[in-house]
Design a protein around this ligand. Structure first.
Ligand code: FAD
Length: 372
């Protein structure tokens, strides 16, 4: 058995024994228990894509995304917290210079990273963000602005922040850490899904960062600057959505095997079988899409972005639909907060916005095809 299969086997045991039992508690208490968080650090979940030279596991994306799916099968909030961290680490690895990577990469093993693009004036269209980066006479950058809806916002120590440069009006990314003067945490969102992962704002009040904290994207022409981070993130989100659907499927099958409707069990009724069929088809298709995208990305193929986007766009819709089918199959218990179906729907629904709204992703999938 190869190393990646062994790791995945260990993650399956960890997810089942250490995360699954806390699924309902994470939703009701709106937080990941401290002990579980410590275990995630202890077992190096923050180092999945960190290079060996900095002490990380440096796993391929095919393996990392399968790990994320496995974790999301137990609890989606934990998986999304890791997704927010991993995509930011990728962004730093791809576009950070050696000095910046050396400064921050080792800390990625123990502290959470976050990616901050969205503002009240710029969600789907980042050209309208107001955070500005002003070049100072000594070459440093002065950042000022407010970010909202950031996964791990408030929890993270390190942020990759999108700002508009005042010298050329172009969008650029800068690495900011929470110890810098002028950095503060603002409001947490009261989202109705993914309740265990903090999603919140940060404020930058004349935060001074050195020139080498700017990510270098001068030779980057593959995608728009905003989509540079979405590319990896959508594969990971496809994996989260696959996990949510697997979780939903497990719940429905367990329930349908136990629950009697008159003299037959639920799973023997054709209407319920149809729901199970639709759920498993959505789950398997999402899984195939994200796994294919991850494979292409590991091979550095150019066209993985379209399939990654399909994994998230298709996966988020089928995950919501699967939740709805499951809710119906459960009867009125599906509508109760004592069962996990309600939070599975809300968790999936959050991913129709995060990493690009479904509407925006449809435009991108179509544009990619038309301009191929
Ligand atoms: C759980 C969660 C985690 C998130 N994490 C992060 C994060 O880590 N970092 C970060 O920067 N942001 C994050 N976000 C924010 C997310 O990226 C935005 O919600 C998303 O980009 C949409 O922006 P908006 O909410 O401002 O919607 P708006 O841009 O205001 O759009 C409103 C509606 O109009 C539609 N729309 C807008 N423009 C068009 C168009 N041209 N054509 C068709 N339809 C259009 C949208 O699809 C949407 O339905 C997160 C959001 C959620 C829910």
């Amino acid at each position: 058995m190869n190393k990646e299969k062994i790791i995945l086997g260990m993650v399956k045991d960890f997810a089942k024994n250490e995360i699954g039992d806390f699924d309902m508690e994470i939703d009701s208490k709106r937080r990941i228990p401290d002990d579980l968080f410590k275990k995630l650090l202890h077992y190096e979940f923050l180092g999945l894509n960190v290079p060996h030279q900095f002490g990380g596991l440096e796993l391929p994306l095919t393996c990392i995304s399968d790990i994320i799916e496995t974790i999301a099968t137990a609890n989606a909030s934990v998986a999304v917290m890791l997704e927010g961290h991993i995509k930011t680490v990728y962004q730093l690895l791809r576009f950070g210079n050696a000095e910046l990577t050396n400064e921050y990469m080792a800390s990625a093993l123990q502290s959470i990273f976050a990616f901050a693009m969205t503002e009240s004036t710029g969600g789907s269209n980042p050209s309208f963000i107001r955070t500005k980066a002003e070049k100072m006479p000594n070459g440093d950058w002065c950042l000022t602005g407010n970010k909202i809806m950031i996964t791990n916002g408030g929890l993270a120590d390190v942020y990759v922040v999108m700002a508009k440069r005042t010298d050329n009006n172009k969008l650029s990314f800068f690495v900011v850490d929470k110890t810098m003067s002028g950095f503060s945490v603002t409001e947490q969102e009261k989202f109705i899904g993914l309740k265990g992962v903090p999603v919140g704002g940060i404020a930058l009040n004349h935060v001074i960062v050195p020139e080498y904290h700017q990510l270098d994207m001068t030779n980057y022409d593959k995608l728009s600057i905003a989509d540079s981070a979405h590319a990896d993130a959508r594969i990971l989100m496809g994996a989260v959505l696959s996990g949510i659907q697997k979780h939903t499927l497990n719940e429905v099958i367990n329930y349908a095997k136990k629950r009697m409707a008159g003299n037959q069990r639920l799973y023997e009724i054709q209407a319920i079988q149809r729901k199970i069929t639709d759920i498993v088809t959505g789950y398997r298709t999402t899984q195939l899409l994200y796994q294919k995208a991850a494979q292409l990305r590991d091979q550095d193929a150019d066209d993985y972005f379209q399939i990654a986007t399909m994994a998230k766009a298709y996966g988020s819709r089928t995950a919501v639909q699967s939740g709805d089918d499951a809710m119906q199959a459960f009867g009125a218990y599906g509508f109760s907060q004592d069962f996990p179906i309600a939070h599975l729907i809300s968790d999936a629904r959050a991913l129709e916005y995060a990493e690009g709204s479904v509407e925006k992703m449809r435009i991108e999938i179509s544009n990619f095809e038309v301009n191929r």
